[in-house]
Each structure stands twice: as structure tokens, then as C-alpha cells.
Design a protein around this ligand. Structure first.
Ligand SMILES: [Cu+2]
Length: 380
């Protein structure tokens, strides 16, 4: 049995449910193999529900017997990303296998879209939507280990009237890839390309992701900071290396154990959204590969926009033409001056003159043709 029933926390009047699904077990090869990294691609993940609204998600890592796995047991949930292949990713379009709607690094921060039950918004999963996953697990031990990835979901088994779907917005210092080179013993920062908003909504929740060495992640709208997600290190024993690892590295290493959330903001059409990831590898040691070289770093903000909650709570004013796109001119890894047309997702609605909402269908073939030749999906 890989589904555990839990007690829902919010919106029980709407019939909410809470479950934990266990995925795997996966075999994670020992540290001498590929720097201990094992990559898994799941084309179809078991979902908690269909035609439903997901209000909360949190990843975890454990051994097949249910015991907790973390850095102190030499096993990392390096990352997991869930994507919905029924929708295009709003920021990166067909460069991604689907709409990226959940991500977690080893810090395993909860994604609480309803913010303790104060937002009537969530991620809508359609009746026939398919969810895939990219998973990377890391083993810093000398022997192979088996691990189970868990995701706790809270959901409402329908789309309640008056509720709003959220559009997930993934902003990345790598543009539409995710890895950047680290630097030793220094203070440095990376900024993302600017995303010209082609989706609108009130920000219900934003979760940040950095690698060890990171101190904070700032988000900017039209050059003004509106969110600062701050990293905390070693808050629980799981995030402090065990004695065996200490002996090897010669120091007491601590790892990122949480990032603060941002729960306010508004994105309107044409807004210029970007992030900057701040690192200080003098203060916090960065991760190293087996040969002593530095592992790549990341800076990501995943923001959830409640559709239809714009301009003081009036009806949605999403683009009738969906003409926005991500300008990659500031990108670290993309060729300069490249513009990626993005035509929005199936879940974005537009409002006609009479105020009735109509679904916009993504023109997947068009987009695939327009952005051919770019990297598909890179997470680490
Ligand atoms: Cu990462």
C-alpha cells in the first residue's frame, strides 16, 4: 500500500483530503559512481486525485522501512520536480516536458498554496491530466542505498465554485535550464533573465530554492524587490553531517534546511519579473564533487498566481492574445538576444467583452516549432 491517509488541515467543509504517496523504492548508487547522483524520470506518477484542486504539497525521503533519510544518513532528496503534461509551462513553453507545478530540493519546504487556509486557490489537475517527474537522489555513502520519495498532498476532490486555479511560474537564474557554476570562498550572485509576464494573478505563495552556499533569493517586479526568500542551515539533525562524513571533510558541515516563503504580490500583464540568487561560500561551504571540484548551484523561485484575482479582486484580465514571452537577453547559459515566444497554458482564462471566461488552448505544435533546438529539461 503506497498511499497513507492523513487528516486534512483546511477546507474540510469542501470535502478536503490529505494523503501521502510513496514513490519507489529507487536504488541510489554509492558516491564513487557519478558523484553519488542517481537520476530518475517518471513519465506517469500516481496522482492523489483527478479533476481536483491540490492545495498543499511537501516532499520527503525515507528508507523502504519508513525511517527518515537525510544528509545525516548520507542520502539526499537532491530534487524532485512534478510537471503536468496536459499544459505547457507558462515561462518556458515546449522547452519543458510540461507545466512545472511543484519542486523540492533537500530542504523539503512545504508548498502551501492556500497559506493555512486563507486562500481559496489551488493547482487544478484535470480529469485526464498526466503528471511526470524528474527526480535526482544523492548518496554520499560508500554503499548503495534504496530510498522512497514521499509526497504529502492535500486536495479538494473537485473545483469548488468561487475558487481560483493557480498558474505556477518558474523563474530560474539559468533561464530554461537550472545549473550555474559555483565559486569557492567568495561572495557572488546570479540573476535570471527577465520574464515578461504573460499570465496574471495574485501571488498566493512563492517558494525559493538555492544550493549550499546560498544565503537568500530576491524576486523583483519592474526592478523593485517584492520578495526575499532567506535560507536557514542545519535547523534539525538531518541537515548536519554525521560523524563519518565529518571525519572525511574535516569540518562540521551544515546544509540548507529551509527557505522562507513569500505570500504577497501581484503580477500583471507585461510586468518584468526576475530573481537574483545570492551566495556566500565563505560563510557556508558549497557542495563538492568526488574529485574536489565544485558542484553546480541553482537559484529558482516557484510562484503561484491565483487566476482571476487581479486589480483589486475583479475578474481576470489575462491577455486576450497571450503575446508575452521570456526574453533571454540576460541569461547566463542561453545564446544572447534570444526571445522565446510563449503562448500561455491551457489553464489561463480570458474574459470576453461580456465577462464570460473561456479556456485558451495551447498551440503546442506552434511553440515546439518556434523554440526548436534549445535544451529540454535540466535540473540538478
Ligand atoms: Cu537544486
Amino acid at each position: 500500500m503506497n498511499i497513507t491517509t492523513l487528516t486534512p488541515q483546511f477546507f474540510t467543509d469542501q470535502g478536503s483530503k490529505r494523503v501521502q504517496i510513496a514513490y519507489g523504492p529507487y536504488t541510489v548508487s554509492q558516491m564513487a559512481v557519478n558523484n553519488g547522483m542517481s537520476d530518475i524520470i517518471e513519465r506517469t506518477m500516481q496522482t492523489p486525485c483527478q479533476d481536483c484542486v491540490i492545495t498543499f504539497m511537501q516532499a520527503g525521503l525515507q528508507y523502504p522501512n519508513g525511517t527518515y533519510a537525510n544528509a545525516n544518513t548520507s542520502l539526499w532528496l537532491h530534487h524532485i520536480v512534478l510537471f503536468n503534461t496536459a499544459n505547457l509551462d507558462t515561462v518556458c513553453g515546449a522547452n519543458e516536458p510540461g507545466e512545472r507545478f511543484f519542486a523540492s530540493g533537500n530542504e523539503r519546504d512545504p508548498v502551501d498554496i492556500t497559506l493555512n487556509g486563507t486562500n481559496t486557490a489551488g493547482y487544478y489537475l484535470g480529469p485526464n491530466d498526466n503528471v511526470g517527474a524528474v527526480i535526482e537522489l544523492m548518496n554520499q555513502g560508500m554503499t548503495e542505498q534504496a530510498a522512497v520519495v514521499t509526497i504529502t498532498y492535500e486536495y479538494i476532490p473537485k473545483l469548488p465554485s468561487q475558487w481560483h486555479k493557480v498558474t505556477p511560474i518558474w523563474i530560474d537564474i539559468g533561464g530554461c535550464s537550472s545549473d550555474e557554476p559555483a565559486k569557492n570562498n567568495s561572495v557572488f550572485q546570479y540573476s535570471s533573465p527577465t520574464w515578461i509576464a504573460n499570465a496574471t494573478g495574485r501571488v498566493t505563495f512563492t517558494v525559493g530554492h538555492l544550493h549550499d552556499g546560498g544565503t537568500h533569493l530576491e524576486m523583483y517586479k519592474n526592478n523593485d524587490s517584492f520578495c526575499d526568500s532567506v535560507a536557514a542551515y542545519g535547523q534539525t539533525p538531518g541537515y548536519v553531517d554525521a560523524m563519518s562524513n565529518m571525519a572525511m571533510s574535516g569540518s562540521m558541515d551544515m546544509h540548507i534546511s529551509s527557505m522562507t516563503d513569500c505570500t504577497t504580490g501581484q503580477v500583471n500583464l507585461g510586468d518584468e519579473i526576475s530573481i537574483t540568487a545570492f551566495y556566500n561560500t565563505t560563510e557556508y561551504a558549497p557542495m563538492k564533487n568526488n574529485d574536489g571540484s565544485l558542484a553546480p548551484i541553482m537559484g529558482i523561485a516557484l510562484m503561484y498566481l491565483a487566476q482571476g484575482e487581479t486589480y483589486g479582486g475583479g475578474p481576470t484580465t489575462a491577455s486576450p492574445t497571450m503575446s508575452g514571452g521570456m526574453t533571454m537577453s540576460g541569461g547566463m547559459t542561453m545564446s544572447s538576444g534570444m526571445t522565446m515566444p510563449v503562448t500561455g497554458t491551457a489553464s489561463i482564462t480570458k474574459v470576453t467583452a461580456t465577462g464570460a471566461a473561456a479556456a485558451v488552448t495551447p498551440a503546442a505544435a506552434l511553440i515546439a516549432g518556434a523554440v526548436g533546438g534549445m535544451a529540454v529539461v535540466v535540473f540538478a
